[in-house]
Design a protein around this ligand. Structure first.
Ligand code: CP
Ligand code: NVA
Length: 322
């Protein structure tokens, strides 16, 4: 059973086919095959969402399936039914799960205890769907614009276009999106520098995960944002107060304010560097409006590509069902 809980649930050798499929689904939207026909995929969400919820609901529908949105508090899970029983019961009804929650162990347990594919739609630890959509957005910019008919070489050229590029993540360097970009950068052969205030490190379980994947030390960390963005092809930031961290709001804004992506900081990267943000953004906090208005800001392409890349992930996982 194939799941998508971490970026590394796809081996490097599987990436070319995945991203070639994403491109095909994007180019043929409305005309492609419907590999989820007759299937229902449940979406259990414990946190707010605009992009992830809508792109998955639309994507499952466009692949011929039925999305079933379940707010955690509307099902018995919210009243204490165990994750294990929830996984066992839902496995009798539906063909796959898309899960957004706090504790990463929950998505792992749903995958371990159920008999259907599970997709991580964001946990406190990781946001792999975001990073695969971001990576595809960069492949569209840097990869070949037209591809030959050989499926393997098509995808190789796309994925290879990221190799050796540098991404700089500035701000809350221990958040889910930063962690996922560390995994993604290592998987795609990119360099990654992160800048943020001391004391906001990733959870210890992330270091264990990195070591397990053979990526220990696969990033550079500095408290100096200018150092991080030097020679960067991409400057990336995320909110300073992730969902679940609201009690720390005033402290986080105070210590992270030197890490705002200003026009001046963006200018310290390569002259053709791109600006990325997973959204939602807070203009005037982690990023200035002028940067969001730049022609090198590609945030809405990132958001759009959530749909196409997640459809490729759904189709790939559905094809792997036993
Ligand atoms: N970027 C992202 O996952 O957005 P949502 O929280 O709106 O789903
Ligand atoms: N780090 C953010 C990402 C939102 C898409 C959060 O977890 O709230």
């Amino acid at each position: 059973m194939k799941h998508f809980l971490h970026e590394t649930d796809f081996k490097a050798s599987e990436l070319p086919a995945l991203f070639a499929l994403a491109r095909e689904l994007k180019q043929n939207r409305g005309r492609h095959a419907r590999p989820l026909a007759g299937q229902t995929w449940a979406m259990i969400f414990s946190k707010s969402s605009t992009r992830t919820r809508v792109s998955f609901e639309v994507g499952i529908h466009e692949l011929g399936g039925n999305p079933l949105f379940l707010n955690r508090n509307d099902i018995q899970l919210g009243r204490g039914e165990t994750i294990a029983d929830t996984a066992r019961v839902l496995s009798r009804f539906v063909h796959g799960l898309v899960v957004r929650t706090f504790d990463h162990a929950e998505v792992q347990q749903l995958a371990d205890m159920g008999t259907i594919p599970v997709i991580n739609a964001l946990t406190d630890l990781l946001h792999p769907c975001q990073i695969f959509a971001d990576a595809f957005t960069l492949m569209e910019r840097w990869g070949p614009s037209s591809l030959g008919s050989d499926a393997a070489s098509r995808g190789d050229d796309l994925v290879g276009s990221l190799r050796g590029r540098k991404i700089a993540f500035v701000g809350d360097r221990g958040c889910n999106v930063a962690n996922s970009w560390i995994l993604g950068a290592n998987l795609f052969g990119m360099k990654i520098s992160l800048a943020g205030p001391p004391g906001f490190d990733a959870a210890p379980e992330f270091d264990q995960l990195l070591a397990r994947e053979g990526f220990a030390g696969g990033y550079h960390f500095t408290t100096d944002p200018v150092e991080a963005v030097r020679d960067a092809d991409v400057v990336y930031t995320d909110v300073w107060v992730s969902m679940g961290k609201e009690e720390e709001t005033s402290e986080r804004i105070r210590v992270m304010s030197p890490y705002a992506v200003t026009e001046e900081l963006f200018a310290a990267a390569k002259p053709d560097a791109l600006f990325m943000h997973c959204l939602p953004a807070h203009a005037g906090e982690e990023v200035m409006q002028e940067v969001l208005d730049s022609p090198r800001c590609i945030i809405f392409d990132q958001a759009e590509n959530r749909l196409h890349v997640q459809k490729a992930i759904l189709a790939t996982l559905a094809a792997g069902r036993t």
